[in-house]
Structures are given as C-alpha cells and as structure tokens.
Design a protein around this ligand. Structure first.
Ligand SMILES: [Zn+2]
Length: 209
C-alpha cells in the first residue's frame, strides 16, 4: 500500500495511507501528501461520476473516530478547506472548495459512528507504528554530539531493561548509531517512537491494566 498513488497532478499528490472501509473499492480511507500530512477521504458519490471529499486530519482524530469519540461528520464540518476529487471517464481532477462552495450533502452522515471492533483498532495502531518506524529510518544523517558534526546513521534495535511499578521489564528499542564513532544519536522523533515501542511491548505482555 505504501506509496500507492490515489491522486496526482502537477499541484497535488495523495498516497493511500490506510483503508478503513471498502466495498469493491475504498469508501473511507486516509491519504498522505508528500509532506506526510494526513487526509480523511470518503467516497461521496459513485453514480454519474466518482467523487471523493478530503479533509486534513491526524492520527489521533482517526483513532478517536475508531473509538466512537468523534464522528467523521465532525471532522468534515470543523474545517474551512475541502479537497474534492472527481473522476469522469477515467480522468481525475482535484479542486479545493471553500465554505461557500462545499455541499454538506457530500459529508458523511451526521450521527454515523464508525464502530470499529478491537481487531480493527489494533490493526490501525500497528499501522501507525510501522509508519513511524518507516519515516524515522528514512533519516540518514544527523548531528553526532561525540564527533561534533553531521554523520551517517546506522539503524538498529537494542535490548533494554526498565523498571515499571518496581518490576524490571525487558524490551526492544529502535536505536540510531553514529557510523563513525558508534555513539548513540538522537534524531528528532526517536524519543516519541521509543516511548511508543515500550508502551506497546508492555501492553502486549501485561494487557491493558
Ligand atoms: Zn559520531
């Protein structure tokens, strides 16, 4: 799925990120642009033409939608910019709509909750984790505090032990190593990833409590 193009022209490029619901074709899915911005995308018409409506979103919003804390409608209504993609005779076109141009009938139904089950949520969370690792490991160089200059990164996993509620817990953590001196590096975003990794592995061992 990674890098599979949903839409592209000279101005925009949207890649499929995650498909939440499909019947023959994706109905409700997320896309990303080149800057890794997430968009919620729904197919709103498939009669005379195909029409999709997209709005900016975040991973947290998508998780809230899956947990029924937020409706898709709320995401669509609480913004001021909509990307409308139309496909007719195999040709897709994209245009940004403003509040004056957009038709609320294109939004998902007002009180429609997504009602994801446990497995669907779990699958989405592991997708987010994979995305994080993927984008992290694309970072090839960073400043090494030991070499006092920018050097190449070697990515790997390290075994760690930490104390949680007074009990030692072993887990695997993603690490970035300086290729020149072997010093561990700390590129932007790695700490967040490490916290997630620990949390996930702890949950896997001890469940939700
Ligand atoms: Zn170094």
């Amino acid at each position: 799925m990674r890098n599979k193009i949903f839409y592209q022209d000279t101005k925009y490029a949207f890649y499929y990120d995650y498909i939440f619901f499909e019947i023959y074709r994706p109905i409700f899915f997320s896309c990303k642009d080149q800057n890794n911005q997430l968009y919620l995308t729904t197919l709103c018409d498939d009669r005379k033409e195909f029409r999709w409506i997209m709005v900016k979103t975040s991973e947290n919003q998508l998780i809230d939608i899956m947990k029924n804390k937020l409706t898709m409608y709320e995401v669509y209504v609480n913004t001021d910019k909509w990307w409308i993609i139309k496909e007719k005779h195999g040709i897709k076109k994209c245009k940004i709509y403003t509040k004056e141009q957009v038709n609320e009938l294109d939004f998902p139904t007002k009180r429609g909750y997504f009602d994801a089950d446990k497995d669907e949520l779990k699958d989405y969370l592991s997708h987010i984790q994979n995305e994080k690792e993927y984008h992290m490991e694309k970072v090839k160089r960073d400043f090494c505090i030991n070499c006092r200059k920018e050097t190449d990164i070697v990515w790997g996993k390290a075994e760690r032990t930490t104390n949680i509620k007074g009990v030692p817990f072993d887990y695997l953590e993603t690490v970035a190593i300086c290729k020149e001196c072997g010093q561990e590096m700390n590129p932007h975003g790695l700490i967040d990833l490490n916290i997630k990794e620990l949390e996930e592995q702890y949950q896997k061992t001890y469940g939700n409590k």
